[in-house]
Write a protein that binds this ligand. Structure first.
Ligand code: GDP
Length: 191
């Protein structure tokens, strides 16, 4: 599998219709999204691991071959220090991405396996449900969680998402969950 950065979008004006299937990756700043993308693609620096939280502000389109689909890395949310003017611009780009995008076939929601569901995570869940885009919840940093913590967080997400949800444990450090996540991504693209 090869994964390459094809497009970087900063503004509404740069957005265009993309016919290929897209799977979005979203999560709060610092949750481990860049690390997950790098782990998935066996690349150390494909996505920048941020020393400054909330710094990545673009939508990054990574083309996956074979398969001819995109993984779209969305800006980390929940970073309060961002200027309000900019947050509004972002709101528009994100709203456009989610509501005017017929090629969006799934949303990978990256969550911290040590934390209970956070407000902004829940907002994204509600949005995905509103537009009927399948959600793939991933509980990352699993290497930092003991079994009891895992059980508690998993149960909390099943309470939010319903009994059919099965959040996937993942670790960019141990690579736990990597093969399964690729499977689930391919299933969404082929569905
Ligand atoms: P992003 O802001 O969501 O892209 O998060 P990053 O990928 O930049 O990761 C934030 C911090 O968490 C970095 O210090 C990473 O090294 C660390 N991190 C990310 N994923 C994992 C993981 O699975 N296990 C551990 N132990 N640390 C991780």
């Amino acid at each position: 599998t090869t994964v390459s950065l094809e497009k970087t979008i900063y503004t509404l004006g740069q957005m265009e219709k993309i016919p290929e299937p897209q799977i979005a990756l979203a999560g709060r700043s610092n949750v481990g999204k860049s690390s997950l993308l790098n782990c998935m693609t066996n690349r150390k620096k494909l996505a920048k691991i941020s020393s400054v939280p909330g710094k990545t502000r673009s939508l990054n389109y990574y083309l996956v071959q074979p398969g001819n689909f995109y993984l779209v890395d969305l800006p980390g949310y929940g970073y309060a220090k961002r200027p309000k003017s900019e947050r509004n611009v972002w709101g528009n780009v994100m709203e456009h991405f989610f509501t005017r995008n017929k090629s969006l076939v799934g949303l990978i929601l990256i969550l911290d396996c040590r934390l209970p569901p956070q407000t902004m995570d829940m907002e994204l869940v509600a949005m995905a449900q509103a537009i009927s885009v399948p959600l793939l919840p991933v509980l990352t940093k699993a290497d930092k969680c003991n079994q009891r913590e895992r059980t508690v967080t998993h149960r909390a997400w099943v309470d939010v998402l319903g009994p059919d949800a099965d959040p996937l444990f993942f670790s960019s450090k141990s690579r736990q969950g990597r093969a399964q996540l690729w499977n689930e991504i391919h299933n969404l693209v082929q569905a």
